[in-house]
Design a protein around this ligand. Structure first.
Ligand code: CAA
Length: 277
């Protein structure tokens, strides 16, 4: 069985771990606090139980998937013997660099490194490692089990063979890769999505229309499953704010800043622009 390591057990990390274990990989999830690992396991168990209850998965298979998932606080245990490391820690450049400095102490020379950053520079993170040619972006979307697309991003020094590996990995877990050939802020999706969400939020602040009207308009016009304000709450207003702040893609972040100060971060806190409690 091929071993992969997923660093960070949050919404993205546990989703990536889940779809990889479903596809047959031996997955090691590492986080810094047991409570994050426990929550990740609980979420994965819920997804498996639901799939079994709906007759979409046999109980035997659900058990096999759980057996292929390992949760640890120990970086060495997670990394040793892995052919791929996918980092999914918070969107803070210095934190991501610190994580890879530790990863490379235990990774084999053959191991590929990937970051699930939503838009930070792949090249900048890659350059602090001993293998920028084996470093790529693998950007998944939330909720990972449902969203089909994965961006495979080329940093300045990423080798073509690394991109080929990334594309094949994405296909092997049943998802659809798109290769992003230039390491630009936000890549393909968030380069378009973040300014769209931020402009819609800015419109709410300016009183252009209500959030309900904006959401309904965009859903009606483009058949999007969620309107931009709803999607902002879904993605997390903190992620949007901090991501946007670092990429210079957000035109007016004042209203977001207020939400962060009030800890109204979207669905995950029960309130963002909407009440989700
Ligand atoms: N985790 C796992 N499965 C989930 C889920 C979650 N968080 N949310 C919903 N699902 C599953 C449901 O269980 C259901 O599965 P079944 O068909 O087996 O029952 C299926 O998805 C449909 O769910 P619902 O019927 O409850 O709701 P829905 O039809 O309204 O779909 C949605 C929910 C899939 C989230 C849909 O609203 C949607 O696609 N929204 C847009 C999501 C999106 O654009 N994501 C990208 C965000 S940007 C990002 O992630 C990148 C970044 O860097 C910021």
């Amino acid at each position: 069985m091929k071993k992969i390591a997923v660093l960070g057990a949050g919404a993205m990390g546990h989703g990536i771990a889940y779809v990889s274990a479903l596809a047959g990989y031996d997955v090691w999830v590492r986080d810094i606090d047991q409570k994050f690992l426990d929550k990740a396991l609980e979420n994965i168990k819920k997804m498996l139980e639901k799939a079994v209850a709906k007759g979409k998965m046999k109980e035997e298979k659900a058990k096999e998937v759980l057996d292929r998932l390992h949760f640890t606080l120990d970086m060495k245990e997670a990394i040793e013997g892995a052919e791929l490391v996918i980092e999914a820690v918070p969107e803070i450049m210095d934190l991501k660099k610190k994580v890879f400095e530790e990863v490379q102490k235990y990774a084999s020379p053959e191991c590929y490194f990937a970051t699930n950053t939503s838009g930070l520079s792949i090249t900048e993170i890659a350059n602090i490692t001993d293998r920028p040619e084996k470093f790529m972006g693998l950007h998944f979307f939330n909720p990972v089990p449902i969203m089909q697309l994965v961006e495979v991003i080329k940093g300045e020094k990423t080798a073509d063979s690394t991109i080929e590996y990334g594309v094949n990995f994405v296909k092997s877990i049943g998802k659809t890769p798109v290769v992003v050939k230039k390491d630009v802020e936000g890549f393909i999706v968030n380069r378009c999505l973040v300014p769209y969400l931020a402009l819609a939020i800015d419109d709410v602040g300016r009183g252009v229309a209500t959030k309900e009207e904006i959401d309904a308009t965009m859903k009606y016009k483009y058949a999007f499953p969620m309107g931009p304000i709803e999607l902002g709450d879904f993605v997390g207003l903190d992620i949007l704010y901090y991501g946007g702040e670092q990429w210079s893609l957000v035109p007016n972040a004042d209203i977001l800043k207020e939400k962060i100060e009030k800890k109204e971060l979207g669905m995950k806190t029960g309130r963002g622009f909407y009440d989700w409690s």
